[in-house]
Write a protein that binds this ligand. Structure first.
Ligand SMILES: NC(=O)c1ccc[n+]([C@@H]2O[C@H](COP(=O)([O-])OP(=O)(O)OC[C@H]3O[C@@H](n4cnc5c(N)ncnc54)[C@H](OP(=O)(O)O)[C@@H]3O)[C@@H](O)[C@H]2O)c1
Length: 272
């Protein structure tokens, strides 16, 4: 596995996304066995960074993740847990309450990383950060970050956080370069902020013929090429989701795939 280190924190280039673990916008306990099996195989394969949110399955994703980690017999420090506060919970009291609820559902006494899931049009960012900074001071959260923040909002968040922001989690993949075009990737790379690429392989683009041919020549899958292209870039990490143990293993292995400058240039051109 390749890693990124910022501000003394080391994270694997490839982690595991928990969207649809436990349901989608609501909990779906009928899928618990399938969700737990996916988490069990991810843990057994060696994933250590898990990305969840209070929004995912209305908190049930956090419950199942906590359960799977305990059942695996892993010490808390063996995993890095990211969770997120929802846009409708950004008032001072709501942030504190949301965090307590996430900790209870996960069955832990701290989150490694806590993100504002999405900016909200009328949010009071200074008030939100007053609560987030308090959570860090109290040790309930180790690090702060944001998600879906444009450059202006990211700069505002950096100024309000008492500790260095660890990440901006945004959509980023071969076919989606919106956060390159808006200047966020460049800002992250220059300021030691991780860009966590979400939805890294969720696109029809990965079924394309030219990418398939490139992948075949390298003896990997198009999805692995997409992940390798992401993690080749400094300060970029990613969190693909898969319920399929073979895909989970392939996604982890993608971090080892080395791409030359010429191959990066070819792939950059492919999606333009
Ligand atoms: N902050 C935000 O607003 C936000 C928004 C969206 C997502 N996220 C986070 O990012 C994570 C990943 O994003 P995502 O779930 O939208 O998309 P994704 O991980 O790019 O795509 C998931 C889909 O790709 C398939 N897949 C994964 N690896 C594959 C492989 N090696 N070969 C073939 N198919 C593969 C999966 O199917 P199989 O199960 O069949 O493998 C699944 O259908 C989420 O779980 C969540 O944690 C955050």
């Amino acid at each position: 596995m390749k890693f990124e280190t910022v501000h003394g924190i080391t994270l694997p280039k490839i982690g595991f996304g928990c969207w649809t673990i436990g349901g989608e916008a609501t909990a779906d306990p009928s899928q618990d066995e399938r969700s737990l099996a996916a988490l069990r195989s991810a843990l057994a394969l060696g994933y250590t960074h898990f990305d969840t949110a209070e929004y995912y399955a209305a908190g049930h994703s956090e419950e199942l993740l906590g359960q799977a980690i305990r059942q695996a017999g892993l010490p808390r420090q063996a995993v890095f847990i990211t969770s997120k506060v929802s846009p409708n919970h950004l008032s001072y009291d709501d942030v504190l309450r949301s965090c307590e609820n996430s900790l209870r559902r996960l069955g832990t006494d701290y989150l490694d990383l806590y993100l504002i899931h999405w900016p909200e049009r009328h949010m009071n960012l200074p008030e939100t950060f007053r609560a987030l900074n308090r959570l860090v001071r109290e040790g309930k959260v180790k690090h702060l970050g944001v998600s879906n923040f444009n450059l202006k909002l990211l700069q505002a968040a950096c100024a309000l956080s008492e500790t260095p922001l660890l990440t901006n989690q945004v959509p980023y993949s071969l076919p989606d370069r919106s956060y390159v075009k808006n200047g966020v990737l460049d800002y992250c790379q220059k300021n030691d902020i991780l860009l966590t690429a979400y939805s890294p392989v969720k696109s029809r683009f990965f079924k394309g013929k030219k990418l398939a041919e490139f992948a075949r020549q390298r003896g990997v899958t198009p999805f692995q090429v997409g992940l390798a292209w992401l993690v080749h870039q400094p300060r970029v990490i990613t969190i693909p989701t898969s319920f399929n143990p073979q895909h989970q293993a392939e996604n982890l292995a993608a971090a080892e795939l080395m791409l030359t400058d010429d191959e990066m240039a070819f792939l950059n051109g492919l999606a333009e």
